[in-house]
Design a protein around this ligand. Structure first.
Ligand code: DCP
Ligand code: CA
Length: 390
């Protein structure tokens, strides 16, 4: 979900002074002084006013507009309350500015009925508690959700069904894609490309030659592809362990046991941070130093050693089906970390038992050290080699 408040500064002013409602309002200051429009009400936008426009120009285009000085402390107060409401719906929240945020609500549907119903509830709470209007886009990835919330304004809600991303984006002008600045729009138009659909059809290498790596990113965005995760600020982005072997190996049991020992370390770190992960990545370096990574994004976040390991071993088996080279390094990592939720245990009672077991082992290790307790698969490592894992 991407949630964005409508004409934020102006709307706050209208809550504080209802006489300003339904009027052309400009927040930014006195038009007799220098300065620019911070934001304009939709009534004022009808006259062509927009953020960043010099106040003098705004006054000329819309002589009836009411000009107000910005009150940032107030806006911050409203912003905090807004984010707190979103946080009630999912702990996985990435604020993008004072009045907008991405929210990963995967797994929380059942609590609220559906994601669409959840969005309605968010809009309702923002209206009842803050007196503001939130526009919301729902999609399978961030970029499409963002374009959808923008397109839905004001007071909008658009859900783009999975598989419909490209069709939704196609007719829109390229400037609607986040990350496309004015200069890029000019370059893209120079190529005869005007809509996002046309951008999606343009070969990726062409865009790269004109816009660098940003061109490739825009090509993916235009096709409705965005793998980036909702990332709460200031959080560890990933946790991983890797081991370089004293000798290159093709021994499957050894790789498996090493992966298990690493998964235990990663899992312990994850739980210490009170997190679960939605993505598991396997890394392999071969004797010739070539390195590959394989990632798997899970539908539900995981937090146990066993789930991390099982996902990792699945990735390893997948690689081994096509590649059987001697391995120099193996590693496993987790990313897309989210706060612990009840969801995992709701899905499978056996996961609940594993969580209990992991927690019990964590407690022993916290008290007596990591090696104080050994688990089955890892003890095999000692049979195979004396490799120690740090
Ligand atoms: N802002 C600003 N200067 C800009 C752009 C924005 O000071 N050049 C401030 C005022 C806005 C707030 O940030 O109220 C949020 O910016 P948005 O781009 O989300 O614009 P609005 O919330 O005002 O309008 P919209 O309904 O289009 O989201
Ligand atoms: Ca806004």
């Amino acid at each position: 979900m991407h949630v964005d408040l409508d004409s934020f500064f102006v709307s706050v002013e209208q809550v504080l002074n209802p006489e300003l409602k339904d009027k052309p309002i400009v927040v930014g200051g006195n038009p007799k002084r220098r300065g620019v429009v911070a934001t304009a009400s939709y009534e004022a936008r009808a006259f062509g006013l927009h953020s960043g426009m010099p106040l003098v120009t705004a006054a000329r285009l819309c002589p009836g507009a009411i000009f107000i000085e910005a009150d940032f402390a107030r806006y911050r107060e409203f912003s905090q309350k807004f984010m707190a409401i979103l946080n009630d719906f999912s702990p996985s929240i990435e604020p993008m500015g004072i009045d907008e945020a991405y929210l990963d609500v995967t797994g929380f549907e059942s609590i609220h009925g559906s994601i669409r119903q959840m969005a309605h509830k968010i809009k309702q709470r923002v209206r009842n508690e803050l007196g503001l209007c939130a526009s919301i886009g729902i999609a399978s990835c961030k970029v499409v959700a963002k374009v959808a919330s923008d397109f839905s304004k004001p007071d909008g809600l658009i859900e783009v069904a999975q598989g419909e991303e490209r069709n939704f984006l196609a007719p829109l002008p390229v400037g609607k894609l986040p990350g496309v600045g004015k200069q890029s729009v000019q370059v893209i138009k120079g190529l005869g490309v005007h809509t996002i659909g046309e951008l999606a059809q343009t070969p990726s290498h062409t865009l790269r030659s004109y816009l660098g790596s940003a061109g490739e990113m825009l090509h993916r965005f235009a096709n409705g592809i965005d793998d980036s995760q909702v990332l709460p600020p200031g959080e560890a982005k990933s946790i991983s362990r890797e081991t370089t072997f004293a000798e290159d190996t093709r021994n499957y049991s050894f790789l498996e046991a090493t992966l298990w020992a690493q998964s235990e370390r990663v899992g312990a770190d994850l739980r210490r941070q009170g997190k679960q992960a939605k993505c598991v990545t396997l890394k392999l370096r071969y004797a010739d130093f070539s390195t590959i990574t394989r990632s798997h994004t899970l539908r539900h976040s995981v937090g146990t050693d066993q789930e991390i390991f099982e996902t990792g071993i699945g990735l390893l088996n997948g690689v081994l089906e096509t590649e059987r080279k001697a391995v120099r390094l193996i590693g496993i990592g987790v990313s897309s970390l989210v706060g612990v939720s009840l969801q995992a245990t709701l899905f499978s009672p056996s996961t609940g038992k594993l969580e209990q077991l992991n927690k019990a082992v964590d407690r022993i290790r916290t008290k007596y050290g990591f090696d104080a307790i050994q688990t089955g698969r890892a003890t095999r490592l000692e049979d195979i080699s004396n490799t120690t894992l740090k």
